[in-house]
Design a protein around this ligand. Structure first.
Ligand code: 5GP
Length: 216
């Protein structure tokens, strides 16, 4: 993987896990895409899933599509950092890619639900930054869910019910953004990312840097 950009961040740091959770339709995917496109130090953590590929989705970019047998094998071998059943499908985060990224000073962005976030909190709280995105109101949430043409009415209805359940978990997150305006929300996520990267515990190269400063 690429060296961290020294123009942006001169001191060696440990990467972080940025979790974005929200009910479907709150704008999370757009926010995530915008961060990934504009920030060279963060990569998407690509999950494995047992759900069928949707039109337009790309293997290895959106998900790694596997069957249930393979999924169970990965769970049993401890190859998933967290995993959960969402709707009727199974999802999980491959461990190795994330651990390598953090050690190299790169961040990983996660689009996972509250169940996965709770598991990450149990195993890696020091590396975790949890952001919850809420829609501005229920009318807007419904409207956004209905514009996803590729999903059937039954899927939309199930998502609406699930959204209510998902939103009840907002208090388990470190940061909460109400997505009134996508550009503003992206700026807010950038501000969180910047602050979290500057935390002393993540700047593992500080001792060496200050030693150099003092030596003159
Ligand atoms: P979708 O099938 O629409 O892509 O995702 C459905 C839900 O599964 C979303 O809430 C998404 O955040 C969640 N999800 C996607 N990947 C993972 C994962 O690796 N772990 C967990 N826990 N949830 C995931």
């Amino acid at each position: 993987m690429a060296e961290p950009s020294h123009d942006l961040f001169p001191i060696k740091r440990r990467g972080l896990m940025l979790v974005l959770s929200s009910p479907s339709g709150a704008g999370k995917s757009t926010i995530a895409r915008s961060i990934l496109d504009s920030d060279p130090e963060i990569d998407m953590s690509v999950s494995v899933t047992t759900r069928p590929k949707r039109p337009g989705e790309v293997e290895g970019r959106d998900y790694i599509f596997i069957d249930r047998t393979e999924f169970d094998l990965m769970v049993n071998r401890g190859q998933l950092l967290e995993h959960a059943k969402v709707f009727d499908n199974y999802y999980g985060t491959p461990r190795a890619a994330v651990m390598d990224a953090l050690a190299e000073g790169r961040d990983a962005l996660f689009d996972i639900d509250w169940q996965g976030t709770q598991q990450l909190a149990e195993s890696a709280i020091d590396d975790l930054v949890r952001v919850f995105i809420l829609p501005p109101n229920s009318r807007e949430l419904e409207r956004r869910l209905n514009t996803r043409a590729q999903d059937s009415q039954a899927v939309i209805a199930a998502r609406m019910a699930k959204a209510s359940d998902e939103m009840s978990h907002y208090a388990e997150y470190d940061w909460v953004i109400v997505n009134h305006d996508i550009e503003e929300s992206v700026e807010q996520v950038r501000a969180i990312l910047c602050s979290e990267r500057l935390k002393r515990k993540r700047q593992v190269g500080l001792g060496e840097f200050v030693k150099g400063l003092r030596a003159g």
